[in-house]
Design a protein around this ligand. Structure first.
Ligand code: CP
Ligand code: NVA
Length: 309
């Protein structure tokens, strides 16, 4: 397993390019069928705190820990004392006495940072309102499987300037992949996130741009990525967003501006006929289920690196 300077996995911004590439190489190794059950985490226990719903994250972490010889424990915040007001700081110190690692999916990035601060065991970010680094690791892995070297390739992200947009910008900037975000006015990623990605991109030579024009973003791209228009926690805005995102659907017309061998990506879950049409989602360019599978392999690499002996 690669050695990393960080004890936790909270955002890709904390990881060097080399550390990210090492994690990706390990993920590709662990994906080989003969390596599926290496007992690298024998007897280790991962706690998984969920304050939001999940299919992929929960099941891939749980399956991954089992395949590595360890165990994972689903901790819904509703059913723990967290839901009754016990603090994150107390929870962190208690759970550190039982477990070897913690994964958390929650709203505020500050809650994940608080958990990491008070835990003596590694903490993994399983999605916040700001970031989704596990997903982006799986996405970079998928891109490598398709294109090999990522330098000089272009990813177009069409839609909401949300956690996926933020993490994709940072991940792309780290590995030298160009990224163009197209979002409606008022839904761009936060300026500080764009600046951060642009600073990181200076080192790798990648180009990070934000536009309001989906065609401009998709032009000459190798991959087109989209995500839901209303994320978890934004259910009340869903109707308004349907209107505000008009013109930002990934459909047969838009993808014509990409390279002929482009791939279509989505973190899932998807809303068919909203951010993407069914023909694109189910079409020959779509790699959505490969991405979903790669969550397992990418997270096994993170787990082995952070909590392996
Ligand atoms: N992509 C993703 O994180 O999916 P889940 O919400 O199902 O975990
Ligand atoms: N942006 C979405 C991603 C889900 C994996 C959300 O936060 O709900």
């Amino acid at each position: 397993a690669p050695t990393v300077a960080q004890e936790d996995f909270l955002s890709l911004k904390d990881y060097s390019t080399e550390e990210i590439l090492d994690l990706l190489n390990l993920a590709i190794e662990l994906k080989k069928p003969e390596n599926k059950h290496l007992p690298l985490l024998k007897g280790k226990v991962l706690g998984m705190i969920f304050e939001k719903s999940s299919t992929r994250t929960r099941v891939s972490f749980e399956a991954g820990m089992l395949q590595l010889g360890g165990h994972a424990m689903f901790l819904s915040s509703q059913d723990t004392q967290l839901g009754r007001g016990e603090t994150i700081a107390d929870t962190a110190r208690v759970l550190s006495g039982y477990l070897d690692g913690l994964m958390i999916r929650t709203f505020h990035q500050s809650a994940v940072e608080e958990l990491a601060k008070f835990s003596s065991i590694p903490v993994i970010n399983g999605l916040t309102d700001d970031y989704h680094p596990c997903q982006v690791l799986a996405d970079l892995m998928t891109l490598i499987e398709h294109f090999g070297e990522l330098k000089g390739r272009k990813l177009a992200y069409i839609g909401d300037g949300n956690n996926m947009a933020n993490s994709l910008m940072i991940g792309a900037a780290k590995v030298g992949l160009d990224i163009a975000i197209a979002a409606p006015k008022g839904y761009e990623p936060q300026a500080e996130m764009v600046e951060l990605a642009q600073v990181i991109a200076k080192d790798s030579g990648s180009v990070v741009t934000v536009t309001h024009d989906p065609v401009e973003a998709v032009k000459n791209s190798d991959a087109i990525y989209t995500d839901v228009w209303a994320s978890m926690g934004q259910e009340a805005e869903a109707i308004k967003r349907l209107n505000d995102f008009e013109g930002f659907q990934v459909n047969a017309e838009l993808v014509q501006h990409a390279k002929a061998d482009y791939i279509f990506m989505h973190c899932l879950p998807a809303h068919r006929e909203e951010e993407v049409t069914t023909d694109i989602l189910e079409g020959p360019h779509s790699v959505i289920f490969q991405e979903a599978e790669n969550r397992l392999h990418a997270q096994k690499a993170v787990l082995v690196t952070l909590i392996g002996d």
